[in-house]
Each structure stands twice: as structure tokens, then as C-alpha cells.
Ligand binder design. Structure first.
Ligand SMILES: Cc1cc2nc3c(=O)[nH]c(=O)nc-3n(C[C@H](O)[C@H](O)[C@H](O)COP(=O)(O)OP(=O)(O)OC[C@H]3O[C@@H](n4cnc5c(N)ncnc54)[C@H](O)[C@@H]3O)c2cc1C
Length: 477
């Protein structure tokens, strides 16, 4: 039987973050993920916002980790080389009746220790800074709010964890946990069992089911769906992340420029029961447009290129569930709904500290904090592009025209420390197929490269693992 000191269940931002922070220590870690790649759960489909911390209820774990996590992002992004920009956010009011909810945000922010907030009521300034927000009469300015591309962040964390000795096992679903006299002992999977001293439950919407395997039944997780509309590049009518005044249930529908210059509108907030229901609806789309156009009439729906949905893992306590439990060695990182992305660095540090203390282990002397810089061809200067092509002419072969992704970058992803083996894996790392043509141009080219690199017949190349084969058979010679 395989042996580990720590088994982490779930390779979303929380599991990968904990794996990375814990890999600073002298411990053998196995990170398990049921899907064919990291970042396939909630961490994949969200706003990508690193909130300032002005929203969560003071005194909650959400508030504590959001504020601390936001600050830590500067360090994570620098070391791990993922894109992170403090673009800033406005929470806006359209009527005098909404101003008290902005004042409440200011108050909550102050209680949470977010000192940079400012209430803007000067209409001239509002207009000058956001000319398309014609209906807005006041806004809370949160300049420390940032945004990331979540999948790139999770991949960077997972790669750094693997570089530092973590064993990542994909396509491995946890099916049970054995305990012995109140202590975790064995993690059972559909790919063999692992004897371990510590289990970390970072299984997203399934965290209540994992806890039940260990005999912990004191919480339930209900998914809360959020639908989105994604717009083409360079049609964003705002200069920062824009939100309406919040309601009790949600932060409202945002107008969200992405790092890649697309525009994202969403999310809705719908309590559902099915943990696999990622469907989008006409009503959801209509609601998103209605809410956002009320703040910003300049939104042009003819530029929509895709829609999708993500599921928040809402625990019945409505707060994060973190740390040790009554089962010795069983640690929770459960109920990580929003602001989970923002809180991830702080949660990861805290859990890594608790587990290293529990195991009484020392920090490694050879921990590699930094990832290698990989230039993104589409973002570098013309001079740097020329240098890259001179270094390797596969940088001159553009495979995805919409996102300007080259053959070199595709091969680099397929040969990285976590080798990409699926089309979705390439999409999430490189954005191939995610532009205006949604894969119409690049998919056949990508399949050819994958066929050669994986040495597989075309019919065995998958979107996201077995059962999702893309091609059925050859029709013409
Ligand atoms: C609509 C929406 C908008 C959001 N916006 C923001 C935002 O702007 N800012 C912010 O800070 N937060 C936001 N969040 C919250 C944030 O996305 C989550 O808090 C975060 O992604 C949770 O990460 P996780 O690692 O806990 O879960 P996940 O990413 O879901 O990872 C859990 C992993 O566990 C795996 N798993 C489950 N069961 C098993 C098993 N039996 N065996 C092995 N593996 C298993 C899953 O496949 C999955 O990969 C948003 C969430 C949603 C849904």
C-alpha cells in the first residue's frame, strides 16, 4: 500500500494552495483529484476577483482570511509568476435609497481592517472615471481589489507543489476513509489505498461527503449556482470591477473586465440541489443583462461569445470550516464559498502551519519558492516576439488565432511538470479555443499536435478524460 504523511483531497485552489505551502516542510504529500486535471471544480468558474475584504461579516473566518489573503496575493503572484492586477473595484448606488448599503460596506470594511476604502459621491469624479456608468450616483472605491485568471493561479500552485516534491494523482477519486481509535488511517480511492497520518478535506462541493467518510456529519454543503456571460475582447465599457449595492444573499451581478481584456457579467445566485448541474438558462442570461445594463447601458450584448456556470460550496453555517476536527489527523478546508479565491493564500498558510505543528516537522532547506517565467507570446512586445521566434521557430507558428497562441506554448504545456493530456487542459492554461471563434480554427490543429505528442490515435484524444473523446472515426482517407 502507498504511504504518505499527508493526503490532500481536491486539487482546486484550496487543495493546491495547501499542498504548495505544506511542501515547505519535510513531509510526504499526496494530492488527489478525481478529474483529469487540476482546477476542474469551483475554482475554474468564478469571477476571478481578489476581494478587498469589505464585504464579509466581521468576526467570521471569511473576513479574517479574505483580508489577509488579499495582501498575500502580491507575494504569491511574484513567486509563482501568475497574472495578478490590483485593478480596483467600485460598489455602486443608483438611487439615494441604496446609499445606506454603501455606508454599511464602508463600516464593515473598517471593522475588517480594510483601511483603503473611500465613498465617492462627487458626480463629476464618478463620470470622469467611469463615463459609461451613467446611472451611478455614488460608489465605494476599493482600490486593493484585484483579479486573477483562476486556472493559471491553480496550475502555478500545483506546479510549484510538484517541483517541491508533492505527488499529484489525477483521475483518482476518494471512495472512503478508515479511522482507527479516532485517528485517520487509510484513504481509499478507485486507484488504490494510501496509508496516511493526516487527511485534508479540500473537496469543494463534495467536502460534506468526504467528511462523512471520516464519521463527521455536523455540516452539509448546498451548491449555489452562478451563471455568467462572457464577451469578446476589447468591448469592455468600464475601467475597473463594478458591482451594484449588495443584497443579503449576494454581492450582486458584476461588470467584470478580465485580465485578458474580455468582459464578464455575472454571477447569478441560485440555491440548487444537484452538485453536477452546470446548466445555464435563458432567464439567468436575461437577468444578468437586465441588472448590469441598469448600471451601464453601454453594454453591447452582440459581443457575447459564451456562457457558463459555477457552483459555490455553501455550508449551512455560511462560513468557512477550517482546521483540525474531533478525528485526529483529519483537517477541514470545507465550505469554501466566495471569497475563497481571495482567501486561499491565508487559508493555505494557516492549514500548513497547523499540520506541520501536528506532525512536528521542520521546514526544508531546499524549498523552491519561485516558478520559472514562461513568456506569453500574445502579451510580449514585438521585439521580444522576434527574439522568441529566433530562439525557436515554433514560436512563429500561431495555432490559435483569436488568442495568438503558438505551437511552442502548446508543446511547453504538454511537457510541463504536470503534463497536459486533454484539450480542456490546454484551453485552461493557454486559452486556446476560448476566443471569438470558440475553437473553430484551432481545434483540428491542436488535435494534430496532441496526436503526435501523446502518440495516440486521433479518436482517443479527449476533452477532459476517458468518456469525452472528441472524434468518433475517420470518414475519408
Ligand atoms: C459563481 C462563483 C463566483 C465566485 N467568485 C469569486 C470571486 O470573485 N472571488 C473569490 O474570492 N471567490 C469567488 N468564488 C469562490 C471560489 O471560486 C471558491 O471559494 C474556490 O474556488 C473554492 O476552491 P476549492 O479548492 O475549495 O474547491 P474546488 O475548486 O471545487 O476544488 C475541489 C476539488 O475537489 C475535487 N474532488 C471532489 N470530490 C473528490 C473526491 N471524492 N476525490 C478526489 N477529488 C475530489 C473536485 O473535483 C475539485 O477539483 C466564486 C465561486 C462561484 C461559484
Amino acid at each position: 500500500m502507498a504511504k504518505a504523511d499527508v493526503v490532500i483531497i481536491g486539487a482546486g485552489i484550496i487543495g493546491c494552495g495547501i499542498a504548495r505551502e505544506l511542501s515547505r516542510y519535510e513531509v510526504k504529500i499526496i494530492l488527489l483529484e478525481k478529474e483529469s486535471d487540476v482546477c476542474r471544480g469551483t475554482s475554474r468558474a468564478n469571477n476571478g476577483m481578489i476581494h478587498s475584504g469589505n464585504d464579509p461579516q466581521p468576526g467570521t473566518l471569511k473576513a479574517k482570511h479574505n483580508v489577509a489573503g488579499n495582501r498575500l496575493y502580491t507575494e504569491w503572484a511574484k513567486e509563482l509568476k501568475f497574472p495578478f492586477v490590483r485593478i480596483g473595484a467600485w460598489m455602486t448606488a443608483r438611487s439615494k435609497e441604496q446609499i445606506p448599503s454603501l455606508e454599511k460596506l464602508m463600516d464593515t470594511g473598517a471593522k475588517n481592517g480594510v483601511s483603503e476604502l473611500e465613498l465617492i459621491t462627487d458626480r463629476k469624479r464618478l463620470q470622469a472615471e467611469e463615463p459609461n456608468l451613467t446611472e451611478v450616483i455614488a460608489a465605494v472605491n476599493a482600490p486593493t481589489t484585484g483579479h486573477i485568471m483562476p486556472h493559471l493561479t491553480v496550475v502555478a500552485l500545483a506546479e510549484n507543489a510538484v517541483i517541491n516534491g508533492v505527488e499529484l494523482k489525477l483521475n483518482t477519486k476518494v471512495t472512503g476513509i478508515s479511522t482507527d481509535e479516532g485517528q485517520v488511517k487509510i484513504v481509499k480511492t478507485d486507484n488504490g489505498a494510501i496509508e496516511t497520518k493526516v487527511v485534508v478535506n479540500a473537496a469543494g462541493v463534495y467536502a460534506d461527503e468526504i467528511a462523512r467518510f471520516a464519521g463527521i456529519t455536523d455540516f452539509k454543503i448546498r451548491p449555489r449556482k452562478g451563471q455568467y456571460l462572457l464577451f469578446d475582447k476589447n468591448c469592455c465599457p468600464v475601467n475597473r470591477l463594478i458591482y451594484p449595492a449588495p443584497t443579503k444573499k449576494s454581492k450582486g451581478i458584476g461588470i467584470l473586465p478580465t485580465i485578458d481584456t474580455n468582459l464578464l457579467l455575472g454571477p447569478t445566485a441560485e440555491d440548487i440541489d444537484d452538485k453536477e448541474d452546470f446548466s445555464t438558462t435563458r432567464e439567468g442570461m436575461r437577468y444578468i443583462l437586465e441588472q448590469t445594463k441598469a448600471i451601464c447601458p453601454a453594454i453591447d450584448e452582440s459581443k457575447i461569445i459564451a456562457n457558463f456556470a459555477g457552483l459555490r460550496a455553501v455550508a449551512d453555517s455560511n462560513d468557512f470550516i477550517l482546521g483540525p476536527t474531533e478525528i485526529r489527523g483529519f483537517f477541514q478546508a470545507a465550505g469554501i464559498q466566495s471569497p475563497g479565491l481571495s482567501s486561499a493564500p491565508s487559508i493555505a498558510r494557516e492549514l500548513a502551519g497547523q499540520i506541520s505543528e501536528y506532525l512536528n516537522v521542520r521546514e526544508k532547506t531546499n524549498f523552491k519558492a519561485e516558478n520559472e517565467y514562461k513568456p506569453k507570446f500574445s502579451s510580449v512586445s514585438p521585439e521580444e516576439k522576434q527574439q522568441l521566434i529566433e530562439k525557436d521557430n515554433r514560436y512563429g507558428q500561431v495555432v490559435c488565432r483569436c488568442e495568438e497562441v503558438t505551437e511552442y506554448e502548446v508543446l511547453q504545456a504538454m511537457r510541463s511538470v504536470i503534463p497536459v493530456t486533454t484539450l480542456d487542459g490546454l484551453k485552461s492554461r493557454l486559452r486556446v479555443g476560448m476566443g471569438r471563434c470558440q475553437g473553430g480554427f484551432c481545434t483540428p490543429r491542436l488535435l494534430k499536435i496532441m496526436q503526435q505528442e501523446l502518440n495516440l490515435p486521433l479518436e482517443r484524444i479527449t476533452l477532459r478524460g476517458t468518456g469525452t473523446e472528441i472524434l468518433v472515426s475517420k470518414l475519408r482517407k
